[in-house]
Structures are given as C-alpha cells and as structure tokens.
Design a protein around this ligand. Structure first.
Ligand SMILES: [Zn+2]
Length: 294
C-alpha cells in the first residue's frame, strides 16, 4: 500500500519529458509504417522471472519450443512472404541455441539486443549494466553483430538504462507505449537519448495467445485477434502513423497462431500505403529527417 511519504516523492511532472514526436513523411510511396519485430526469449523468458524454473522441465519446454519449432516456422513464413524483420534476442538464447540464432541472421533479418537473462530492468538494479554487457558480448562473439536496436525484457525501462544505452552506442530502442510515431528520447540531464520506436501494446501476442501455470491468461480466437490487429492497423494508416509488433516464437510459432499471423501479414503486405520495415530502417529514416529539420 502506498504511504503518504512515498507518494510525496513522486515528481509533479510527466514521467517522460521527451517532446512530442515530430511528423515526418514516410518514404514515398508509403504513408504509414509497420515495425515488424519479434522477441526471442526462449527458456530465458521463464528463468528471468524465477531461476528455479530451470528445474521445471515442462515450464522450460514452452521456451524450448522456439528453437525446435517456432523460430524455423516463422522464418519460413517470412521467407514465403518476402518480409524482413527485427529479432530481439537474449544473450542466453544465443548461447543455448546458437544454430537458431545463426539461422535468423543468415535469413537476412536484423538482430537486436534483448538483455542476457531477460531480467526486467528495474531502477537501481545492479544487474542492468551486467545484462547489457553480457548481451553485447554474446552477439559479437557468436554472431559478429553490433546491434543498433534494443528492446527491454518485459518492456520495462528506467533512467539509468536510458543513459547507459546511449553510452553503449545503441541507436534506437523499442519499449515505450506512449506514442504512434518515432521520437528522440531526452535524458534526465537534457542530453539526447536513443530514437524510440514505440510499441503497440495490442500487437503483443503473449497477451492474446499464450497461457501457462506461471503466466495464466485467456487465449483469444483467430477472429478476435484479427479484428484487433486489423482495426489497429487501419486506423493507424489513416493517421499516417506506425505500429510495432511484439511477437514471440513460443506463441506465434504455434500452428494456430502462425495461421493467424500469416493471414494478418498477407493483409498488411497488400496495403499499398504501408511500409513494412526493420527497426534499423525506420530509425535511419527518422535520423535523416531529424538532421534535415535541424
Ligand atoms: Zn522478451
């Protein structure tokens, strides 16, 4: 329960002091965008919540599905549709499943940083820096990748993380839920931060299609999810804005979910005004317009 002392410590200002997102045109002939992205957590989705899950083999098998089935099926689908995406991968997943990580890279997709053990970056947590450094080290050593993009495990952020990512050379982040256009973070000290490609919460498949005894949720039918995803996309297209997906191979790589994703991506791919792009491509486009505007 909050007490009056802790409530008195909350500053009377917006939590994110970043100015409103600038309105830049999307690359011609497009007038809206979709950042197609996946989060590859594998078993670290579960051990990041509770390390003792490592001994719970069926709980772990939800994550193990990614390497055995989910990721290969998603790569096959993207190849069939001629789409390239961004895969944010935990360092642990790369170490434990190197062939899976290499298959994503060799299929031409972008690799992003997603922590090492999928630990939620909470304020003042001493593991934030270690998580970042181990993640960078594994991506470099195993895949030869210096990632441009970062997505926070469990989608949480704090000021220390925001500043540290700039020091590490991260160009863009994709975790905040507060806009429908890219914007440039402003750090607490007023310095420029990373480019943010905001997440569209309704495109997080975990919330709609995965249930487990440690993550109990209702599962929604194809018609229900397609209705949400198409309405979100069509209204965003009318606004000239962008959507960002947060899809997980342990969810969307399952047969019923893959069928649904195929139908949605075919629909999105047939929208002539919609630019379906990787995070690096959208961040590069933003940076070009930002430089021209200044
Ligand atoms: Zn994740």
């Amino acid at each position: 329960m909050p007490d009056s002392k802790s409530l008195a410590g909350i500053p009377l200002r917006p939590a994110n002091l970043t100015p409103p997102a600038p309105v830049f045109p999307w690359p011609s002939p497009y007038t809206s965008a979709m950042f197609l992205s996946f989060d590859v957590d594998a078993e670290s989705a579960w051990t990041g919540k509770d390390p003792s899950h490592a001994q719970r083999l069926v709980t772990m098998s939800f994550g193990g599905f990614e390497a055995r089935v989910g990721t290969p099926k998603l790569l096959e689908l993207l190849d069939q549709l001629g789409l390239r995406a961004t895969f944010f991968i935990t360092g642990w997943s790369v170490e434990a499943h190197p062939a899976m990580a290499e298959s994503i890279l060799h299929a031409g997709h972008e690799i992003g940083h997603h922590g090492f053990h999928h630990l939620t970056p909470d304020p003042h947590d001493p593991f934030i820096e270690e998580e970042l450094e181990r993640g960078f080290e594994v991506l470099k050593r195993r895949l030869g990748v210096a990632p441009k993009g970062y997505r926070a495990p469990s989608g949480e952020f704090c000021e220390e993380l925001r500043a540290s990512l700039v020091r590490h050379g991260i160009v863009y982040t994709s975790s905040f839920r507060d806009d429908v256009r890219p914007y440039r973070h402003r750090l607490a000290n007023g310095a420029p931060g990373t480019i943010e490609l905001p997440v569209t919460a309704s495109y997080d498949d975990w919330l709609l299609g995965l249930t487990n005894r440690f993550s109990p949720r209702p599962i929604f039918a194809r018609e229900h999810v397609l209705s949400i995803w198409k309405d979100e996309l069509d209204e965003t297209r009318d606004w000239g804005a962008m959507v960002t997906t947060v899809l997980h191979p342990q969810c969307s790589g399952r047969p019923m979910r893959l069928r649904l994703l195929r139908e949605f991506l075919k629909y999105a791919g047939a929208c002539p005004d919609l630019w379906i792009a990787t995070g690096a491509e959208i961040a590069c486009h933003f940076a070009k317009h930002e430089a021209a505007a200044s």
